[in-house]
Design a protein around this ligand. Sequence first.
Ligand SMILES: [Zn+2]
Length: 362
Amino acid sequence: MSDVGFQEVTIATPDDWHVHLRDDTMLRAVVPFTANLFRYALVMPNLSQPITTTASAAAYRERIIEAAGQDASAEFTPLMALYLNDSVSIADLSAGFSDGVVHAVKYYPAGATTNSEAGGSSLISYGPILSQIADLGIPLLVHAESTDPSVDIFDRERVFLENELAPVCEQLPTLKVTVEHVSTTDGVVFVREHSNVTGTITPHHLSCERSDILANGLRPDLYCKPVLNSKENRQTLIEAATSGEPSFFLGTDSAPHPLSSKRSAVGKAGIFSAPLALPVLAEVFAERGALDRLEAFTSTNGARYHGFEPSVYRVRLRRLDDRSEVFDEMLRTNDGYEVQMFGVEAARKWSLELLQGSRLDA
Ligand SMILES: [Zn+2]
C-alpha cells in the first residue's frame, strides 16, 4: 500500500482507561472534550478529597454527567474507581461493584503524584482487601512508581514493579492488574510476563521523551509522573502500543492543571492530553506504518479487558499536509484559569470526524 493510503483511518469510538476530570470549574471546562470524543472514561478518584466510598463515587459520577451536559455523545459513560486506602471498606466496595457504581480500584503510593498523600505506603499491606478484590474480579489500577527518595526518578517504575507489584501478583495470580501509564521497557516486559496484567500507555509517553523536557529550554508543560523517560524506553512503548497485543491500550492520563501551577517555582506534574489524544496517536502510529493497529490500542483492547464490546460508532482521522487550521492551545476555565493542551502540532496535521450519529460540534 502507498503512504497516502495509510494517511486515513477509521476506528471505533475510543475509550479512555485513565483520565483525571477534577471537580467544580475545572471539571466543567475539561469534561466536554472527553464526553464528546470518548465512550467509556475511567475516571481517577484523586480529588482533593479522595473518592473512597461508593456514595462519593456515585455523587462524583453525577457531577461529571451534569457537567458534560449536552456536549456528551449518546455513548459517553464515566466509570468510577475507588481510591485504595485504609478508609475503603470491602463491604461498601463489593456492594458498589455489584450495583455497577464502582468499576475499579486505584492504588497510589503516597506522595507519588497529585493528590496522592492519602495513598498507601506499601501495596502488599493491602493483601486482605486485594485478595477480595481478586475474588470479586474488580480491576486494580496501579500507579507503579516507587516513592523511595533514594531511588532515581527514572528508575522508580522498575523498582516499584520489582519490589511491590511482583510479590502481589505472585501471591494473587488471579488479581486483574493494570500498570498505568507504562513509561519504561521494564514496564512493558512486566506486562508481557504476567497474564493477568495489562498496561495503559499515554499519548505523551509515546510521542515525547525526556530530552524534550530539558534539551531546548525547560518545558514544564511536558512534566508528568511518571516522568518522560529515555528515547530507548519510548521506542519500546511505541513498539508495544503499535503491536496490537491485547495487553496494551490507551489511558490518556489527561491531568489538567492551571498554567500558574505548571509554571511555578515547583511545577505540578500532569499533562492535559485528552482533547488532542487521537491526532497525537495517529501521528505516532502513522510514522511507524501501523495505522491499521490504532483501533486495537484506542478502542478494542481496553474494552475487551474491561468486559465490553467495542463501540459501534466510528471516528475518521485524515492527515492533511496543507491543513492550516489554527488551534488555541489554551483552555480557559470560568474562574479565569488557563490550561495548556497537549498535542497541538499533531492536531494541525490531522482532521477528525465523528461518524454515525456522534455530535460534531463540541
Ligand atoms: Zn493519572
